[in-house]
Design a protein around this ligand. Structure first.
Ligand code: FES
Ligand SMILES: [Fe+2]
Length: 324
């Protein structure tokens, strides 16, 4: 094990919650990246995330805080904070002190999930998560979702993408074709195979892509056309929330497709629970003893390390150029 290289939390977009978990004017306490946070949805419908503790006397804005306009109001002395973390109202003061601010986090809401950006160096996001063109259309169902709290490090979840050999032993799935690639913040796996399930065998082809370190989308064509979202968000260095969501294309009538979803999601859950049993008890081998039938685990790990690298400090050359 060489833990030091993957210590702390990676840089990228992570799912903070499903959109449906944050209703209009909703306030929700969150705990991610070793920190306490608060998410709230203003009256304008926009989701926002701030550090949780009020700079006044430290109340947690997510426990008893309320939405007023597009601000969250502290439950203790009713100071209000906007999405930029600025205090806009103190009901009993003439002047708002300059230190009355909380840290705002970059937020996006895409494909029915609220995303938060964590950056090791405090920089702005350098990439975005893609919009699923089919999401929200009449021909596709809304997400069916589930989530797990898992005692593991994110690297274990990510390793799975290149782990060709575990399909057969863990997931009872035979792989006929497997390819893998990385480019910038993307890593993908393309698979053609056959999955065994209680009622028979399903031939499928899938493309599975990590968009940064914590957001994975799989597009699968087989018996059912579907997208699967697998997102993991670190709580602390040994615990994470794993969220799973699936949407199917409606075939024939809607009610029948809705009927498929429950069975389909429970199949997927069973597959994940097979992985979970391994993840929660394993150790991280670095370097691992790999054989010729294993997938490109080394390439994937090199790709993943980029999200733990803080930007290199500016060189003297950069400084000279900036001064010109
Ligand atoms: S602690 Fe939040 S307003 Fe006083
Ligand atoms: Fe797996």
């Amino acid at each position: 094990m060489r833990d030091a290289e993957l210590s702390g939390y990676p840089t990228g977009w992570f799912v903070a919650c499903f959109s449906s978990d944050l209703p209009p004017r909703g306030v929700k306490p969150l705990q991610y990246f070793g920190q306490h946070l608060v998410a709230f949805r203003g009256e304008d419908g926009q989701a926002r995330i701030l550090d949780a503790f009020c700079p006044h006397l430290g109340a947690h804005l997510g426990h008893g805080g309320t939405v007023v306009g597009d601000t969250v109001r502290c439950p203790f002395h009713a100071w209000q904070f906007d999405g930029g973390g600025r205090c806009t109202v103190i009901p009993y003061a003439q002047k708002i002190p300059p230190r009355a601010t909380v840290r705002p986090w970059p937020v996006r809401e895409i494909n029915g999930v609220v995303l938060i950006h964590h950056d090791r160096a405090g920089n702005e996001p350098r990439f975005e998560v893609p919009v699923i063109p089919e999401y929200g259309s009449d021909e596709w169902l809304p997400w069916s979702t589930t989530s797990y709290r898992v005692k593991t490090h994110p690297r274990e979840i990510v390793d799975n993408l290149a782990d060709r050999a575990h399909f057969s032993s863990v997931h009872r799935t035979e792989i006929d074709e497997f390819s893998f690639g990385v480019e910038g913040h993307l890593a993908w796996q393309k698979v053609k195979g056959r999955a065994s399930f209680p009622g028979g065998v399903d031939a499928f082809s899938s493309t599975t892509t990590y968009h940064g370190p914590g957001y994975l989308l799989m597009r699968m064509d087989g018996l059912l056309q579907n997208y699967m979202l697998v997102a993991h968000t670190p709580i602390d260095e040994g615990t994470l929330d794993l969220r799973l969501a699936v949407t199917l294309k409606i075939v024939g009538n809607r009610a029948r497709t809705e009927g498929y979803v429950a069975g389909y999601l429970s199949n997927l859950k069973a597959g994940f629970e097979d992985d979970l049993r391994i993840w929660e008890h394993k150790t991280y081998m670095d370097p691992p003893a790999l054989c010729d039938g294993d997938g490109p685990i080394g390439r994937l790990r090199r790709w993943y390390r980029q999200f733990y690298a803080s930007p290199a400090p500016a060189t003297e050359e950069d400084a000279a150029r900036a001064a010109e």
